[in-house]
Design a protein around this ligand. Sequence first.
Ligand code: GLC
Ligand code: CA
Length: 546
Amino acid sequence: MSSTAPWWRSAVIYQVYIRSFADGNGDGIGDIAGIHSRLPYLKSLGIDAIWINPWYKSPMADHGYDVADFRAIDPRFGTMAEAEALIEEAHRHGIRVIPDIVPNHVSDQHAWFRAALAAGPGSAERERFVFRPGRGPDGAEPPNDWMSCFGGPAWTRLPDGQWYLHLFAPEQPDLNWEHPDVRAEFEDILRFWFSRGVDGFRIDVAHGLVKHPELPDLPPRRDPDAPAPAERVPHPHWDRDEVHEIYRAWRRVADEFPGDRSFVAEAWADSPARLANYVRQDRLHTAFNFDFLMASWDARQLREVIDGSLTTLGSVGAPATWVLSNHDVTRHPSRFGRKVVKKWVANETYRPEGPLDFELGTRRARAAALLMLSLPGGAYVYQGEELGLPEVEDLPDEVLQDPCWERSGHADRGRDGCRVPLPWSGQEAPFGFSPEGATGEPWLPQPALWKDHSVEAQTGDATSMLELYRRALHLRRGLPALGEGDMTWLDAPAGVLAFTREPGFVCVVNLSAEPYQLPEHTSLLLASGPVEDGLLPQDHAVWLSR
Ligand code: GLC
Ligand code: CA
């Protein structure tokens, strides 16, 4: 890859879930001051950029994904001056900054929605949202059968009789993207932040903005095991073709600014080909690869996803990205440490099945990190993944905050378990998350075992997850073979993933039960665990040079 290729084609982007990263002012909630103080840590970790979950003014019905004002920082997180200083200081450390933008919906406290409520049925103000009369006698039934991703119907009725659409919580009314005000407003918000120096945006629910104009009922649910129909039936609100027109306009906005500004789409598409539609030359730059995140610890599945992603994205000139965890899914050492984990992705009832073997999950997570960080393209690291944090599965009911918990009638415990504040140092809570003398407790309780996972506990311990990530990220920066480029599979038995990248790099991951004799090499660069007599044990990975 030539050194003039834009940074986003091979970047490792660290996800900062701001509430839980570091608390600067001691109220128990992570904030901008906390991120600022930890920039040296991020720098030494060896990442290229940070994506920060929403930091805008918000009533926090969905922890910031309900935005009341896109041009203001929520006071719990800090001030605009602090945000500007953070962007500047991150840049001084060579770290790019990507905020989250949430275009599908706003908060019910957003000025537009308040105006829409006040103006009443039939008003121009309501046209910026999706208001409809109900069905049935007296319009007492929702306009259609769409469901909220957090459980229950996607419609809420107002005292004046009208219903409004919310694909997420009722506090998150969906915008009407057919309305020119909505399009103009978001282009302006992009310019607002691009002028403040941000390097790009992560686009929340990028596949949801455009709805079928007639808002028809959902198609009948397809049996997931039945063969896919020959022709794709468009969904009434997910991944509609018309959404790409919006991103063509956004691309033009990004291109107005100097430097390489870039977008990453949170788009849940049902095939690599559908995902590739988001990342054409005239649209967005990259998209999260959720097929990789959802793959089981299974060599055949992983290889299929890797090949499918590289071929399909490559055919439209886009780099692949790889991701194992984020703030919406069960942390991967806890996923990989179970025989079966059904439906562990956000917005679907999550129930861990069977006992957790955390050592097994950790072994696999270590190997998975070496796989992910050596595949062609970019990668995402979710805060705490470099510390090997488990999902916290035993949070008491009364502390749960994710709207999924209430909206599912307590069937779905939601996503709080992957959002517990990070351990930095010390033997007890708040483990350095909040400063000395803090007045507030961490917003979710940290388990006692956090002491073994803290940055302090792992630093300098060559066997720790943190040092594995540090070594891998530093090697990756120095090795010309890594980042964007080609890979070639080596012949290997079933259950073993082995590939080369030029010049002179080999990655081998053993997912089979048999120890695997390493291919010819000149040196062992990095191993996820002990390798003896050139034999790679089950659930281990190595980087070699040859
Ligand atoms: C995305 C976010 C998730 C949020 C939802 C609604 O899926 O990642 O955290 O709850 O959108 O904005
Ligand atoms: Ca704080």
